[in-house]
Design a protein around this ligand. Structure first.
Ligand SMILES: C[S@@+](CC[C@H](N)C(=O)[O-])C[C@H]1O[C@@H](n2cnc3c(N)ncnc32)[C@H](O)[C@@H]1O
Length: 296
């Protein structure tokens, strides 16, 4: 069977969000950011990169779907420059073991000295005190390579008390809930408003031999329980919109990491943090992204 390789010009910062569009709308088996943009730090700070998308069937209505998704992202506040041009090239390719080729691109991601993400096909021996999260790149958002996810993991490592109950709002692949348990949380609850990710989360928890996580389709406004630590890696304008609901999920004195915030968009989130009387504990930075740790 032949396959289709689509190349799309994107801003590398948007890799996970744009990849998600292909996984949700087409028979997409994997994506990879062109190597020069992926490996070269200087390139990742520019707005130009090429995402290679591997599809097992011809992408029907490609242009229409991309147009709609782009408009939706623009409504959410992303500018054309932030998104990249989305110029596309589509090529039919003779079958070859592309999945093997794709896998060759991936390696262990060391997020901190203590936390590493390991693709399930690699064998890796962790150092003493190192925790590893087994995840396959390219499923739901949250492969561990995105800055917004890494900022949350750094905050979990630094601020989450041992034995904490953790809520992960917008859980994606479940990576933060899994990370919390591996860092010593007693339980972690992950929810997402996208029904397609819940099974992926459950599979990922199983892959990591974790039983202390629960995942469900839900949003913060419907949660009645309160938690010791909360993660919310969602786009800046959504964070601002649901800040009151996020605060309701926190126990008194609990801390929360807010991520998914481009530095230039942070004002709207800070305004909501202030409006709900949350105290800023630390602002973490990675490339053009920030995460804000707040306390109730
Ligand atoms: C940027 S991804 C984060 C995934 C993962 N937590 C991570 O850190 O890599 C954001 C996730 O939030 C979900 N989401 C968006 N708006 C939401 C909302 N209002 N309530 C719950 N989940 C939401 C999306 O479906 C997506 O899976």
């Amino acid at each position: 069977m032949n396959y289709y390789e689509l190349k799309i010009s994107i801003n590398p910062e948007m890799e996970d969000i744009i990849s998600d569009i292909f996984f949700s709308n087409f028979d997409c088996e994997g994506v990879v950011l062109a190597e020069e943009a992926y490996k070269d730090l200087e390139m990742t700070s520019t707005t130009r990169g090429t995402l290679r998308v591997f599809l097992t069937s011809f992408p029907q209505n490609l242009k229409e779907i991309l147009h709609i998704e782009r408009e939706l992202l623009k409504e959410r506040g992303f500018s054309d420059e932030e998104l990249g041009s989305w110029e596309i090239e589509l090529e039919e390719k003779e079958n070859q073991d592309w999945s093997k080729k794709w896998k060759e691109k991936w390696d262990v991601t060391h997020v901190t000295d203590k936390i590493s993400i390991v693709p399930s096909w690699l064998s890796y021996t962790p150092k003493e005190n190192e925790i590893t999260i087994t995840l396959d790149p390219g499923c739901a958002f949250g492969t561990g390579t995105h800055q917004t996810t890494q900022l949350c993991m750094k905050a979990l490592e630094k601020y989450m008390p041992k034995g904490a109950s953790v809520a992960d709002i917008g859980t994606g692949s479940g990576i933060l809930a899994i990370c919390a348990i591996k860092l010593g949380a007693s339980s972690a609850y992950g929810c997402d408003n996208d029904p397609t990710v819940i099974d992926v989360c459950i599979e990922n928890a199983q892959k990591n031999e974790i039983t202390e996580t629960t995942f469900e389709l839900n949003t913060a406004d419907k949660i009645t329980k309160k938690y010791d630590f909360v993660c919310a890696n969602i786009l800046h304008n959504i964070l601002a919109e649901i800040m009151g609901d996020l605060k309701n999920v926190m126990k008194p004195g609990a801390q929360m990491v807010l991520s998914g915030i481009l530095d230039e968009k942070k004002a709207v989130v800070f305004e909501a943090v202030q409006r709900f009387n949350l105290r800023v504990v630390e602002i973490l930075h990675q490339d053009q992204w920030i995460a804000i740790v707040v306390q109730n």
